[in-house]
Design a protein around this ligand. Sequence first.
Ligand SMILES: Nc1nc2c(ncn2[C@@H]2O[C@H](COP(=O)(O)OP(=O)(O)OP(=O)(O)O)[C@@H](O)[C@H]2O)c(=O)[nH]1
Length: 202
Amino acid sequence: MKKRQNITGVILSGGKSSRMGENKSLLKINGITVIEIILRLMEPFFEEIILSTNDPEEYKFLGLKSAEDVYRNSGPLAGIHSALKNSATEKNFVISCDVPLMSAEMIEYFLNYESRSDILISRAAGYLQPLVGIYNKKLLPLIENILEETGSRGNHKSLHRLLDAADTTIIDPAGLEFYSDELFFNMNNKDDYEAIMKRLME
Ligand SMILES: Nc1nc2c(ncn2[C@@H]2O[C@H](COP(=O)(O)OP(=O)(O)OP(=O)(O)O)[C@@H](O)[C@H]2O)c(=O)[nH]1
């Protein structure tokens, strides 16, 4: 597969993992860290990958360019903000660090989807899934307005405000042959971790 140069990959890993009690992206499944599972999934698609983190030292072993939050303690939208600021491309494929069941087919589907919108995300497993999707760099001023207004009270709410305020396309992948709800399953606590380990060791 030829790596894409006109779209940057972004891995969000600047959260607190408070429900997990330890950095969830560094937990291991079948001997490799969850963040490496995500990176291996992303690498074939993107020439450039940015890691959104506030602790670049911890992730040095990945050898990625990293971006620290400008707006601290403000949740995932702040991570998207700093990644877009540091990105050289208009389009950016964003993925959360905690979805190790995501597939290459689903990423490919996003990348091939014809849309002129500034955000392309899905509604999957009964929820909007804003932490896997495509974000345009031209959203930066709008994102800054929202982050300035909501500050550290924002967290996930600020992301949903962005979805409402921006030109957002929401896809419904439910009927696709490769699709299953588990693709978007995110690992928040120890029970989720155990469930994912069990699933990946099958
Ligand atoms: N850069 C950045 N990423 C974040 C921030 N908050 C969450 N994320 C990322 O966004 C994704 C979803 O995060 P959550 O699981 O909802 O939040 P979390 O802080 O990691 O975990 P909890 O403390 O358990 O809520 C993960 O990839 C996080 O690393 C933030 O303030 N900055």
